[in-house]
Every structure is written in C-alpha cells, then in structure tokens.
Write a protein that binds this ligand. Sequence first.
Ligand code: ZN
Length: 150
Amino acid sequence: MNINISELYQELIIDHGTQPRNYHAMSDANYTAEGFNPLCGDKIKLYLLIEHDIVNKASFEGAGCAISTASASIMTEMLVGKTKQEALDLFTDFKKLITTGDDTCTNLGKLLALASVKNFPSRIKCATLSWHTLDSAIKNKEAIASTEEF
Ligand code: ZN
C-alpha cells in the first residue's frame, strides 16, 4: 500500500469519525437493534427501514471511538439499496478483511479504509460493532416475523 492511499484512508476514517453520516434516530424504522462493545465502551443504536427486502434507509446514534463511529457511518451509507442477504454478506466480507487482511472482495468500497484495523486486534470489535448490531437487527426481526406467521 503506498503512502498516499493510506493517508487517504486515514482521512476517510477521521472524516466519518468526526462528522458521521446518517447520525440520527429514525421514527419510521422497522428494524432496530442496540450494540455495545465493553472493551472500548462503544455504544450504538441502529435504525433500518427495510421494504420489499431492500434497505431503503439506515441511520444510527451512539457514542464511541472514532473507529466505531467511522465504521457505522460508512456502513449506513453502504447498506442503502442492498437486500438483507447482501448486507449480511458484506459483513462476512468485511470481517474477513479486518481479521485476515483479505481485501480481494470487490464490493468493500470505503470499508477498505478500515483494513489497517487488522494490525490492532483490540480495535477489531470497535470496527465490527455496527455490523454485529446490523446482524442482530436483521435476524431478530426475522425471528419475530416468523413467530407471528404461525
Ligand atoms: Zn472503540
């Protein structure tokens, strides 16, 4: 990785960490979940509006370190337009990126800015908190939905 790319990535994390996108509650959200990373103290509440299996809106609130905030901000930007399964697949690819450094998945986009977190194992949970919260929002909602079906 050349120095200009890593500077660019660092700026992207600072930008999203200090001026997070989609940072607000959402009154019409139909999927929500809260996440907590006790190792660092990061907290997040995630709001999703999913219609016809497509994420139409994503937002979050919370308090956390720059890594967790930047990761949540970038995630909410990237989720819009994805199906629930595509969102969960992106989490799988992102987890692979920051635990193994495998950046061959072509859909990672701005998430590549967080690749260097791999070198700081104690911060991996900061970067994945919003994604774990996404996972539980999507799966818990499905669990409730199937209970109502029967
Ligand atoms: Zn953190």
